[in-house]
Unconditional design. Structure first.
Length: 133
């Protein structure tokens, strides 16, 4: 694995680096223009090829004041990192808000938001300081 995306100051940096590398491979091969589901399937194949432990379309519980109020599906849980993907021209503010909300609900420390729809892969890393897993 390339160490280009690994930074010791980032939690779970080795895993996020592998995820980013896999996403760049998918984006380089497919390019923009497909539906999110196509990228999700290709990314699952790339994660498996890299030997990453992952769950696709994983359910997370949402709590309010300690009570479960619902469940939400996230695109991937890769080892200890939550991953949401998009296939649009560019990120919108709602994409950041949604991903951060999912990250907080999931209890994971790190989340990645990946956009395959732009000319270049867009990547946003989130850290949830409130909860550690």
């Amino acid at each position: 694995m390339s160490t280009q995306y690994v930074r010791p100051e980032y939690p779970h940096s080795k895993t996020t680096g592998a995820i980013i590398q896999a996403a760049k491979t998918v984006h380089r091969e497919l390019g923009p223009g497909y539906r999110e589901l196509i990228y999700q399937r290709a990314l699952a194949l790339e994660f498996a090829a890299q030997g990453l432990d992952f769950s696709r379309e994983a359910w997370i519980d949402v709590y309010y004041r300690g009570q479960k109020v619902g469940s939400k599906r996230v695109d991937f849980i890769v080892e200890a990192v939550m991953v949401e993907i998009k296939a649009k021209a560019k990120f919108d503010d709602v994409d950041y808000i949604q991903t951060l909300s999912y990250l907080k609900a999931s209890g994971y420390t790190v989340g990645l938001l990946l956009n395959f729809g732009a000319k270049q892969l867009e990547i946003k890393r989130f850290v949830n300081e409130e909860q550690k897993r």
